[in-house]
Ligand binder design. Structure first.
Ligand SMILES: Nc1ncnc2c1ncn2[C@@H]1O[C@H](COP(=O)(O)OP(=O)(O)O)[C@@H](O)[C@H]1O
Ligand SMILES: CC(C)(COP(=O)(O)O)[C@@H](O)C(=O)NCCC(=O)O
Length: 427
């Protein structure tokens, strides 16, 4: 059973204290057995394929020890706090009796509003079906992300609440695998209608221009056989993970030039005050007035090494000229910032993928939120520079996977406990 988005269980708030088969892609990358062996990672991870399959069976009612609703998973990152809230459809009599007035109020507050305080927003469009099978989850506040460690004492002092902490990369992968299992539309990619056009560079317009990128359309991708894949999480900073199996992954690389860098630089350069404003500015800008292109240096292509004239040779390379600085617009600066950060992440991801012999590169994290420009740039760059061997993939729930992974952690804990109890009873 695959669930589609409809009615709700996922809520979110911002923080300020608070199917195309891969076989259509040429396999130009050699994958050796040695590489596969080398991919054994040091981490264990809580989500298993069994858990995923279990979600397809009918729900079991919560046991007597299940803590009362509401159930949360929280990811306190470097920029945003993501909160997911689970509300089972199959609330039974016993559970309703247990629900205190305070909890009822919390539930009402969460489910009847779409904005919370000054900065909290509910991403109504990302709500998943009130999924069957999650009903045997139990939870208190499960938290991940750096803030779960940094603010742990504050939670105890201020609200007398304990955080049960989970590693953010464990949670991220668990969340990605689970949400993809539950939502057939989760994974997608961007390509022009004629997909070959990307890596043969046939359009007249420069590849990074709005004219070229506007041709790209979103297409569904069947991610049911995902392994191995590279997971690139673009949050405040960037983590790159090699995922070989649900319980086998490792962090292969990262960069400090991520979503936080984009927003910070954009605020500095353009005076904008929100991510949405920065992205809207970038959408109407032209980075070629800011960046130095290959043709600005060569007068055309640098053909010997396959560098087209309209490729960025030097990001912000024009800005050493006072005359050009005087002419450049805020929108151009915002676009150059997106292009710089995105291309750098794309290059790192591409190098990691070829080193590891991996063809599918999945990008997630809130930097991609309302940001089709970066997704299209990544799609173009991955495909063009690998001559079609690498595929950039994206996920509908962009930045919520860590928080979802927290809820699942609780599920796996419950199961481990039940297994231990069963084993003791058998003795
Ligand atoms: N409403 C927003 N406010 C601030 N940053 C946002 C917003 N929406 C998207 N972003 C982008 O997402 C990045 C944070 O991504 P996220 O995956 O939540 O990472 P983290 O866990 O580090 O907070 C920001 O650095 C910014 O580039
Ligand atoms: C430290 C982090 C894992 C924190 O995650 P985030 O809150 O940015 O999502 C991440 O910012 C990161 O991997 N930074 C890059 C560090 C580096 O490899 O240079």
């Amino acid at each position: 059973m695959r669930l589609h988005r409809c009615e709700g269980c996922l809520a979110a708030c911002g923080r300020q204290r608070r199917a195309t088969p891969l076989s259509t892609v040429p396999r130009t990358i050699a994958r050796t057995k040695a590489l596969q062996r080398a991919r054994r990672g040091p981490y264990t991870q809580t989500m298993s394929k069994e858990n995923c399959i279990k979600m397809e069976t009918p729900p079991t009612p919560p046991d007597n020890e299940a803590p009362p609703m509401p159930w949360f998973g929280m990811d306190i990152g470097g920029t945003l706090t993501k909160l997911v809230y689970f509300e089972p459809r199959e609330t039974n009599r016993r559970e309703l009796d247990k629900e205190t007035e305070v909890l009822k109020n919390i539930r009402r507050y969460l489910t009847r509003n779409s904005a919370y305080g000054k900065t909290g927003r509910r991403d109504v469009h990302l709500q998943l079906a009130r999924s069957k099978g999650m009903a045997d989850l139990v939870n208190t506040i499960y938290a991940t992300g750096g803030g779960a460690y940094k603010f742990e004492e504050d939670f105890i002092k201020e609200v007398n609440m304990r955080l049960s902490k989970m590693d953010e990369l464990d949670a991220l992968i668990a969340g990605v695998l689970f949400v993809d299992c539950m939502n057939a539309q989760e994974c997608y990619y961007w390509a022009p209608p004629d997909e070959q056009a990307v890596h043969t560079h046939v359009t007249d317009s420069p590849p990074y221009s709005e004219a070229a990128l506007s041709l790209y359309v979103r297409k569904p991708f069947d991610f049911s056989s995902p392994y191995p894949f590279l997971l690139v999480n673009i949050g405040s900073g960037v983590s790159v993970l090699v995922v070989n199996a649900p319980d086998d992954y490792y962090r292969v690389s990262g960069t400090s030039l991520g979503g936080g860098t984009f927003l910070g630089l954009c605020c500095l350069l353009t005076g904008c005050s929100s991510f949405e404003e920065a992205i809207a500015l970038a959408a109407s800008g032209d980075n070629t007035t800011v960046d130095k292109l290959v043709r600005d240096i060569y007068g055309g292509d640098y053909a010997r090494f396959g560098l087209p004239g309209d490729l960025v040779a030097s990001s912000f390379g024009q800005m050493c000229s006072a005359e050009r600085r005087a002419k450049v617009s805020r929108a151009d600066l915002a676009r150059a910032t997106v292009v710089t950060i995105t291309n750098n992440i794309g290059s790192i991801a591409r190098l990691c993928a070829s080193n590891e012999g991996i063809e599918r590169v999945v990008f997630c994290g809130n930097f991609l939120r309302v940001n089709p420009l970066s997704m299209k740039l990544l799609s173009y760059a991955m495909s063009y520079w690998s001559r079609g061997a690498l595929k950039a993939l994206f996920l509908e729930h962009e930045g919520y996977f860590g928080a979802v992974g927290c809820l699942l952690h609780l599920d796996s804990k419950t199961h481990r406990r039940k297994q231990a109890e069963a084993a003791t009873a058998d003795r």
